[in-house]
Design a protein around this ligand. Structure first.
Ligand SMILES: O=C(O)CCC(=O)C(=O)O
Ligand SMILES: [Fe+2]
Length: 194
């Protein structure tokens, strides 16, 4: 995504390396670039391969129902905008589901890391498990932008952890698993050692 006065995009080979950052053992502060080359970085976060989805979750009179089942995103990253006052988005943190409430009086953007950020960072970052609780009170609207690698991008950075795979391969595996079992298996399919 282009930012500020810099009109170049992540798809442009002259764009600086994708600054995926790594947390230190204390859980913050120190950052570390993964050292991806410009071409590799561009193939891992291609602006033209992103898309926007608009969701409408109807009001649900039954208590305790989900609008969207628990999952991790397959993206590199996802940006979620919940309408003010909507709520409903929950992330799994420390073994418990936590509400991610939109800020009052402001448009809130939430950035979620997806499975591809996890693979690219060799598990330095985890893709967050999240779900949407249905509301008994009101319908809910959300706007979500998903950024993906190019289909033919070979994800090699998690070497030692995951076998190299293309994003297209990952997507097809996810679809096959959902068709066969009803749920996504995800990166586990690409682990080198179980
Ligand atoms: O609607 C939302 O807030 C979340 C949607 C979502 O998690 C997804 O599409 O992957
Ligand atoms: Fe999601």
């Amino acid at each position: 995504m282009a930012s500020g006065s810099d009109s170049r995009t992540a798809a442009d080979p002259s764009y600086p390396p994708f600054p995926l950052l790594e947390q230190d053992d204390e859980g913050g502060g120190h950052v570390h670039e993964l050292g991806l080359g410009a071409a590799q970085a561009a193939s891992y976060l291609a602006e033209r391969d992103g898309f926007l989805r608009v969701y409408r979750y109807p009001r649900c009179p039954e208590p305790g129902r989900l609008g969207m089942e628990a999952h991790t995103d397959s993206s590199v990253l996802s940006v979620i905008n919940q309408e003010e006052g909507a709520g409903g988005l929950q992330v799994l943190h420390g073994g418990a589901w936590r509400d991610v409430a939109p800020a009052a009086g402001a448009s809130t953007l939430l950035v979620n890391l997806g499975d591809m950020a996890r693979a690219i960072s060799g598990d330095a970052y985890r893709s967050v498990r999240h779900r949407v609780a249905a509301s008994q009170a009101a319908e809910r609207l959300s706007l979500c932008y998903f950024a993906f690698p190019r289909d033919d991008a070979v994800i090699t950075c998690g070497a030692g952890r995951y076998r190299p795979f293309t994003y297209a391969e990952f997507r097809e595996q996810v679809q096959a698993d959902i068709k066969a079992t009803g749920s996504k298996v995800g990166l586990e399919r690409f682990l080198l050692h179980h």
